[in-house]
Design a protein around this ligand. Structure first.
Ligand SMILES: *[C@@H]1O[C@H](CO)[C@@H](O)[C@H](O)[C@H]1NC(C)=O
Ligand SMILES: *[C@@H]1O[C@H](CO)[C@@H](O)[C@H](O)[C@H]1NC(C)=O
Ligand SMILES: *[C@@H]1O[C@H](CO)[C@@H](O)[C@H](O)[C@H]1NC(C)=O
Ligand SMILES: *[C@@H]1O[C@H](CO)[C@@H](O)[C@H](O)[C@H]1NC(C)=O
Ligand SMILES: *[C@@H]1O[C@H](CO)[C@@H](O)[C@H](O)[C@H]1NC(C)=O
Ligand SMILES: *[C@@H]1O[C@H](CO)[C@@H](O)[C@H](O)[C@H]1NC(C)=O
Ligand SMILES: *[C@@H]1O[C@H](CO)[C@@H](O)[C@H](O)[C@H]1NC(C)=O
Length: 561
């Protein structure tokens, strides 16, 4: 019990003592501040002011420390002793040694120089920028290989050119301003040895050795535009300096392989080409199943491409390098993208359009006007497409004929020759579409049935229908799709009466015989002529009242029909 009381007592004493000491030290001793100027001690402006580097001093009566810059000279000291008149920056603070640090805080240090000696990487240390700006930057502005400027952007005593390089870390504007780049230069069209080193064939990674050198001056800020390049396309390889690109390569500038890491960095060998090498004359698999044949490394270092050719007798030859010259060859391609690129076959597709071939191109039931198209593009897929206007067309896929073409209603793409066969599109309603007295009178299966066109904004749930009618104006049978609005109106208005426009909903269902469609009209025509015969007989007997009776008969006829 006693011990506890004593302890409480002594804690209170300690607190009191501490309070008195704090009060006393504030009252009786001045604050401690760093004390220097950068004329006598250059570190005064540049160091972070760690203890031991800058001198410090106990101020006599003052309670503040200060830092200032006057005429580019840094001063640190007790509040009142430090000059502030004409200062570009000044600051006071009130804790011990608080006037430490680079002044102002965060002021950037950059290399400063101008002229010819400024082109090389600077040898001296960077200096703080004259002004304090939050967004200050160091610059390196190389005007030519003999004129350059470095400094802080805030100093504004040099107008920056567009190629000036800016950076924001102390001393960062230290890069060399100009250098010479040396590249290998050669062209396989002019001499051997530009593709693969002739002495290191089969060693995998290597550098070519048969080349000349080209040089170009590179200034800091234009590395993007100056590089060594190598170019590879089919049987041609070219290497050189970006300032001397041959004019015939200008269309391919985007495809140049660029490097700038070291001199001759563009001398790397191309990977040796691998091609399928075979002939269908002695190896039928060369045509029928190329995947069953191994592709082999080309024996010649100069063969950087592969080819496939077809002869007029349909035999196929594949191999390394450019295609052979032979008048019996009907078509070839040359390729260089990856191993075994000459595996692609020449494809052939059925080609037709219902605009020319009629229904046969869509329903695949009659052979007229269906052609074979030799695809220009090797291994091109075959396509069968149905457009919104109900035209169905078949052919090789090409830029202006594909499933991505405009107005495509449905489309099928397939791989392999002649795969675009069979009726299409199967999911849409097909109707006989014809007009006239001869072909359209009697329908035999497949004769004229074609997919119906898709109406603009056709509702998804719209039930499609075929229609057929006898046109009382032109006296002909008409068959078609209800989704063709003009035809549907005609069907309603020009058939004998409203139920003479027949519709039905199954595939090619509008195949009623012509005589059935014209039957009701003919019946009525007969009745009419019968009536006409009677009325004229009556009108002879009752010549006076005859006109009125005929009128009554006509009215009755119109009303009852
Ligand atoms: C710009 O001013 C800075 C600081 O005053 C100086 O170090 C530098 O040499 C000057 N640069 C030029 C290009 O005059
Ligand atoms: C090829 O040249 C490059 C650049 O000069 C070099 O880095 C590389 O080691 C060389 N490779 C061989 C296999 O000599
Ligand atoms: C190489 O070029 C890139 C831009 O293409 C550039 O960023 C880089 O600094 C350049 N390197 C050398 C060593 O010039
Ligand atoms: C092609 O050859 C490969 C490998 O021998 C075999 O797996 C494949 O079934 C063949 N394909 C055809 C269509 O014969
Ligand atoms: C096809 O023609 C080529 C060139 O004329 C010939 O080499 C090849 O033997 C012929 N192929 C057949 C199967 O006759
Ligand atoms: C050709 O050979 C290479 C390497 O053996 C292999 O990676 C590639 O798949 C082959 N290509 C074909 C189409 O067989
Ligand atoms: C139908 O559309 C296709 C594609 O837009 C076009 O090529 C064809 O000529 C058109 N046919 C008719 C009859 O308008």
């Amino acid at each position: 019990m006693r011990g506890l009381q004593t302890n409480r007592h002594s804690s209170f004493h300690h607190l009191l003592l501490l309070f008195l000491v704090l009060l006393r030290s504030d009252r009786c001793f001045g604050i401690v501040c760093y004390h220097c100027d950068s004329i006598a001690l250059p570190e005064c402006s540049q160091t972070l002011g760690e203890v031991g580097v800058l001198p410090y001093k106990e101020c006599a009566t003052e309670l503040t420390c200060a830092m200032s810059i006057v005429d580019s000279i840094t001063y640190r000291g007790c509040g009142a002793e430090t000059p502030i008149i004409g200062a570009t920056y000044s600051k006071t603070c009130s804790t011990n040694l608080c006037n430490a640090g680079v002044y102002p805080p965060g002021r950037l240090k950059c290399h400063h120089c101008a002229g010819q000696e400024c082109v090389a990487a600077p040898a001296s240390k960077p200096k703080p920028c004259r002004y304090h700006l939050e967004e200050d930057q160091c610059y390196t502005d190389v005007i030519s290989s003999s004129d350059a400027y470095r400094g802080c952007t805030s100093e504004q005593n040099h107008t920056l050119s567009t190629s000036a390089q800016l950076c924001e870390i102390n001393g960062c504007n230290e890069e060399q301003g100009a250098w010479t780049q040396v590249c290998a230069t050669c062209d396989s069209a002019i001499g051997r040895g530009c593709k693969i080193d002739l002495f290191q064939v089969n060693t995998g990674r290597c550098n070519v050795s048969l080349y000349e050198e080209c040089q170009q001056d590179v200034l800091l800020g234009e590395q993007e535009d100056k590089y060594c390049f190598s170019f590879r396309r089919l049987s041609r390889v070219v290497r050189g300096c970006s300032t001397k690109i041959p004019t015939d390569l200008e269309p391919y500038v985007e495809q140049l392989e660029k490097c700038n890491t070291s001199d001759h960095c563009n001398a790397g060998c191309i990977t040796q080409q691998k091609c399928f090498t075979c002939n269908s004359v002695d190896q039928e698999l060369c045509r029928t199943n190329i995947t069953a044949i191994a592709n082999s490394t080309c024996s010649s270092a100069e063969a950087s491409s592969c080819f496939s050719c077809e002869y007029s007798n349909w035999s196929i030859q594949r191999g390394c390098g450019a295609p052979p010259e032979n008048p019996q060859i009907t078509k070839c391609y040359e390729c260089d993208e990856g191993a075994g690129c000459n595996s692609k076959d020449f494809t052939r597709c059925y080609q037709c359009s219902t605009d020319q071939a009629g229904a046969g191109c869509a329903n695949w039931e009659s052979p007229g006007e269906i052609y074979i198209e030799e695809c220009d593009e090797p291994a091109a897929p075959c396509v069968v497409v149905s457009f919104n206007n109900a035209t169905t067309a078949r052919g090789c896929q090409k830029s202006d004929f594909s499933c991505a073409s405009a107005n495509v209603a449905s489309c099928r793409l397939c791989e392999g020759s002649f795969c675009n066969k069979g009726s299409f599109p199967e999911e849409r309603l097909w109707c006989h579409q014809c007009r006239g007295v001869q072909d359209c009178e009697e329908i035999s299966r497949g004769q004229t049935a074609m997919p119906c066109p898709a109406r603009a904004n056709e509702p998804e749930d719209q039930e499609l229908a075929c229609l057929e009618y006898f046109d009382i104006n032109s006296k002909e049978i008409v068959r078609g799709c209800r989704s063709n609005p003009e035809l549907y109106y005609e069907c309603l208005l020009r058939s004998n009466h409203f139920d003479s426009c027949r519709t039905c909903h199954s595939q090619a269902c509008n195949n009623s015989p012509g005589r059935e469609l014209r039957a009701s009209y003919e019946l009525e025509a007969k009745a009419l002529s019968l009536l006409q015969g009677k009325s004229s007989a009556i009108s002879i007997k009752f010549s006076n009242a005859g006109y009125g009776v005929w009128l009554i008969f006509s009215v009755i006829y119109i009303v009852t029909c």
